[in-house]
Design a protein around this ligand. Structure first.
Ligand code: 3HC
Length: 294
């Protein structure tokens, strides 16, 4: 089946990016949020990104208008009825995701494909809540979606080859580098990246360097665009903790366990860049490191 209309559930950090790149690739997009305020904020981010591209001379105003015109915001999942592919990008809360998938399974046409953007939860747990386990796959995007070239296409124990082909084709049309992987917690990237970020936090706890020194060292010494503590803030400390909990549950290895400092920062509401404070304070012109009081 040719994919023409894409539904995106969630217009937050990942969802707005997925909606934007899908519309840029020519798909009609419907994107849902739980409240008008969140929807306006997500669509506002897309409008801003497109506006910047026009300012930089990378896109004509007409093209930006057409892309925005292809995106319909909604608060009602009934508007997903005629979607060919639905990508879910809500917070990493399995109960919430299951509730959404059950509703979507009722309202979306039978032949449509379903994909979760989960960063670590088992794809099969969500697929099993629907009546289309063969058409259910994982499509894992990376933040910022507009910039990061990778899309992991995840095959659960029930995903059919048709669904994998749809995922790979969708990724290619978005201009992404696609990698076909298996439904194991963390897939490829988070399996390797998350223990590294957690080790950055453990290194801070053990005093190998300050926040600034650890970040500067990995940028200058390993050529990373961001140091591990900046990247942890960028991913979101709450998200990082929930991924590490899922991975620890699955593998029972210390390297996947959330260090105490991460747990305490999340308990304090320090979620990183999105909340204004994590290992850095984002309230000024430039982020300033804040010692989490180890
Ligand atoms: N949204 C959209 N576009 C953005 C953006 C954002 N949040 N941030 C930056 N950009 C764009 C800029 O507009 C600019 O575009 P241009 O080249 O067309 O002008 C381009 O990206 C480069 O931006 P900057 O010059 O401002 O900044 P940098 O060169 O420092 O790049 C970065 C910013 C791309 C975020 C870079 O620091 C980077 O690659 N960091 C690592 C990001 C990373 O590792 N992401 C993966 C996280 S893990 C994940 O998502 C998985 C999940 O499951 C946890």
């Amino acid at each position: 089946m040719e994919i023409k209309k894409v539904g995106v559930v969630g217009c937050g950090l990942m969802g707005h990016g997925i909606a934007q790149v899908s519309a840029q690739a020519g798909y009609d997009v419907v994107v849902a949020e739980a409240s008008q305020e969140k929807l306006d904020s997500g669509i506002g981010k897309i409008t801003k990104q497109l506006g910047r591209a026009v300012e930089k001379g990378k896109m004509e105003q007409d093209a930006a208008d057409e892309i925005l015109g292809r995106i319909q915001g909604t608060l009602d999942l009934e508007d997903f009825a005629d979607c060919d592919l639905v990508v879910e990008a809500v917070t990493e809360d399995l109960d919430l995701k299951l509730e959404i998938w059950k509703k979507l399974d009722e309202v979306v046409k039978d032949e449509a494909y379903f994909a979760t953007n989960t960063s670590s939860l088992p794809v099969i747990n969500m697929a099993a809540a629907t009546n289309r386990t063969e058409q259910f796959l994982g499509l894992h995007f990376f933040n910022p979606v507009q910039v990061m070239p990778l899309l992991e296409v995840i095959q659960s124990v029930t995903t059919g080859t048709d669904a994998i082909d749809v995922g790979l084709g969708f990724g290619e049309k978005l201009g992404k580098k696609t990698v076909h992987t298996k439904d194991k917690a963390g897939f490829i990237v988070n399996r390797l990246l998350v223990p590294y970020l957690l080790d950055g936090i453990r290194g801070l706890e053990e005093g190998i360097g300050s926040i600034d020194e650890i970040d500067a060292a990995m940028k200058a010494g390993a050529g990373h665009p961001m140091g591990p503590l900046t990247l942890a803030d960028f991913v979101g400390l709450d998200t990082l903790m929930s991924i590490s909990n899922v991975m620890y549950d699955e593998f029972r290895e210390r390297r996947f366990a959330a260090p105490p400092t991460l747990r305490k920062m999340v308990a304090a509401g320090f979620y990183g860049k999105k909340s204004g404070r994590g290992f850095y304070d984002y309230s000024g012109d430039k982020p300033v490191s804040v010692n989490p009081g180890l």
